[in-house]
Design a protein around this ligand. Sequence first.
Ligand SMILES: Nc1ncnc2c1ncn2[C@@H]1O[C@H](COP(=O)(O)OP(=O)(O)OP(=O)(O)O)[C@@H](O)[C@H]1O
Ligand SMILES: [Mg+2]
Ligand SMILES: [Zn+2]
Length: 575
Amino acid sequence: MSYQVIARKYRPQLFDDVVGQRLVTDTLKNAIQTNRVAHGYIFSGGRGVGKTSTARILAKSLNCVQGPTVTPCGECPSCREIAAGNSVDVFEIDAASNRGIDEIRELRESVRYLPARDRYKVFIIDEVHMLTTEAFNALLKTLEEPPPRSLFVLATTEPHKLPATIQSRCQHFAFRLLDYSEIFRRLQEICKAEKIQADEGSLSVLAQAAEGSLRDALSLLDQVIAACGENLEEGRVRQMLGVVPTRLLKEMTESVHAADGRRVLEMVNELAAEGYELNHFAGEYVRYIRNLMIARNCGETSPLLQVPSDERKTLGQLAGLFSEEDLTRFFQILLRTEGELRYSLAPRFHLEMGLLKLVHARRLASLESLLAQLGQAAATPKQSSAVPRGSFAPSGGAGSPIKAQEPSAQPTRAEPSRMSAPAAPSPATPAPRPSAAAPLPAALAEPATSAVSNDPLHSIKSVLFEQSNKFLSSCLDHVSGWRFEDGEVRFLFPKSAATFADLIRTREQSEKLRAICTQVLGEPVRICVTLEEPEGQAAVARPGARERAENDPVVEAICKKFECTVVDVKDLSQE
Ligand SMILES: Nc1ncnc2c1ncn2[C@@H]1O[C@H](COP(=O)(O)OP(=O)(O)OP(=O)(O)O)[C@@H](O)[C@H]1O
Ligand SMILES: [Mg+2]
Ligand SMILES: [Zn+2]
């Protein structure tokens, strides 16, 4: 007798033989037992997960001489013919090669006649999503008014491509991808039945490579038996399937841990020289990192680990070297690298860069922790950054390199826009200025305003905000600097914002502003609104963008954290 491939030889013949699809098979069994079998079913799911097999079992259950039964005998002519795929009343149609209206018309014609011998006429249409629109419409008619004793099973890997009209007339069963352990166990059973000696490692490689499809696992098994005979061992199987040895994955991980970029690159070279598919390697490594993540979270004995038992310990140890955060980051980097490799013309370079990123990723702090630190740094500004009286303090408005935020009444909130650099050309004599750390002028600490800020301009804006005076507040957004000297508060506007300066100069507005400034600064003041001097002079009055940036607490914190310096500063107000 000719050789029958393992996948076909071990096609499940009973509902209980179907691996991993309990939900589907139990429901179908129940329907048969209660005589509630529908006329139309959609079986969807990945390739090789049991759709056709289950459809045939359903057909057998209904047509078995001893049926309808949930345990078809497998002996009667109906059962045997259905299993062999040549029953007179069970039709398997491949919609991928019979897509057109003619085939469906033929089918409709055939449906009209009663079954020749069995109880039901069953139509199993594989890859049904491939039908043309006309063919779907023709099929729809039949599904709408199904002749008695007819049953349609529409199998597809892409259920979303089925018209809603078809979907709504069928019961839909989604077949899931199979677990690593389900596939592994099935491989073990079949090897035992076939008297194949296979070590755990080799079956593990097959189970992983199958990626959820039992048929793929069995086809691969056939392939390695053909190549290696009846004794399978991991090394050969890996080599045959082009699967990277675990040893390499382990060493790669150790090199990443040791931040040994050189070794990482050498290993890529070895992989390429030995003819491994680099994107295959990337995929393997993604899986390896995933396993490390499981080991880190659930321990090395977790059933979620997709590895043979002797590898578990190593995984557990390696996982201990990394934080969860590291592993998550590795996973993301590798996933992206794998995706890029698929379309890359220079996959090797992509892989090298991707792996080097892993090496460096460990040195990076998490965004969350950085933000937290920056928040702290900004919340506790340096004393020395006070703006001396009589000098222009740059504002967070249009004149600032960083765009201003809404004025906030919350005193502790970090304020990225605040530039508190000493603006005086002679910083040698910094006079004390209202500051959160320094003694505050009376009004600042008073409940008259709940805004306690170390920047009076900010406090002024806060008061305006509380008074819902959007008009003045938005005018002040354009202030590029301000000065408080001899009872006069001078607001400086860039030429481009002259209109806003004019608006504030109106009697009504300047009076309002004066009242607020008096309140905030704790003494009677006069208000003066001026435009920036052309070029040179303004530069003296106002610190350069660089100086302001370098003294900004946020910038400072970043420099400290990353051990870097400010190379270039761009003053956005100049744009
Ligand atoms: N759930 C399963 N339980 C047991 N064996 C299975 C299962 N899924 C697949 N197999 C094995 O794979 C072979 C193919 O399965 P089947 O034809 O049922 O898959 P399918 O889902 O119809 O795939 P396709 O979408 O490619 O048509 C079967 O003969 C059987 O050996
Ligand atoms: Mg199928
Ligand atoms: Zn039977």
